[in-house]
Design a binder for this molecule. Sequence first.
Ligand code: GDP
Ligand code: MG
Length: 422
Amino acid sequence: MNNKKCILVSLDDNIQELSALAESLGYIVNNIFIQNRKTPDPKYYIGSGKVNEIRKYIQDNNIDLIIFNSHLKPSQHYNLENYIGIRIYDRIGLILEIFSNRAHSEEARLQVELAKLQYEIPLLRDWIHKARYGEKPGFMAGGEYEVAQYYDIIRKRIKKAKEKLKKIEKERDIRRRQRRKLGYYLITIVGYTNAGKSTLFNLISGESIAVEDRLFTTLSTTTRKIPIQERPILLTDTVGLIDNLPHWVIEAFHSTLEEIFLSDLILLLIDVSEPIDIINRKLKISFNILIPDLKPSNIILIFNKTDKIVDSKNDLKDNPNIQEKLKKIEIEHGVRDIISISAIREQYKQTIITSILKVTNYPKKLSFSLPNITEAQSFISWLYSNCDILFIDYKDSIYISLRCQEKDEKYITKTVNDLKGL
Ligand code: GDP
Ligand code: MG
């Protein structure tokens, strides 16, 4: 912990995550400045009156850092640092700094370096532009030439980092193939930071890896062997997704995400105690990042931290709070394979393991509708005894969503078609 002081600046009062991020980096949040305005000021992001107020506050209170709850334009960044005279981060700058602090493996370090360099490019472009047009006389002695040279160096470093990462990715790919060859079933825990991924990992594996009530503990992934069935499982805990990250930052961490794409099964964890609109937004982003490369049948959606909204296990399924959220998520995202748990309670270990085994035993997921006729009844009984029914709804037609064994898929599809043809 460095116990340095920072202040936060925001255009709205949605600063909880930013505050947690700052604390993750070891800063004490000394004060929060909120300016209610719809659009940012082009020069300073906030109005000049506020800038002066902050400048005075910084001097009077020995503040080390200012963090803006947004993405600053390069020129705003420059104007602010130049006028206030201390270090300024915007949201991405802060996140990259945290990544940088937590990057222990060579791969993580390269990914962070790459992201940081890419972050600097537009700042540099702005500087070059200003040096060229004499708006920054004396800036970086030597002006345009030196900045341009520096720009060149950065571009070369980006190229080099990318090449090294490619090489590491290849090695990682080889290791992964070996795991598969050895017959491992690969399961990865995914979700936003603080959703409880590491807690769940510990619950399932009986391990104890760092769990902290802050946004990051590590950038690396942890993998353990889980002996719950004949085909051994390798369970991996990953770094969390973070709110409001631009696409290129996520790109920089692509090889970490690759671990996710190549899994047999994803446990997607959601903190259910958060408001439904936040849950929906996070799910949407998770799906946008994950689903294009992953079949929905390979995802189990897990509602975690149910203990925060209900106090006993018994009425979990009927609890109106959870029911309402489940319903909304079903409608919004079409997901029906949801389980509700509390990763801090030992009793849910079995719930999770049962769900995992269901997926490994019934790997195929099918959704279809049947005509609501008597001939369908015996088929439905068969489904009940041979599959894992996820959802069934009797309307004019019967809507069914289920998991089945690979060997039964053909029979089911054929019978559905036959019944439809009756
Ligand atoms: P990660 O960032 O997703 O790996 O999250 P962690 O596993 O580090 O957990 C973040 C915080 O949430 C820690 O303080 C955990 O103790 C807490 N937490 C995790 N699961 C639960 C849960 O089911 N209920 C409650 N109340 N807290 C939880
Ligand atoms: Mg964790």
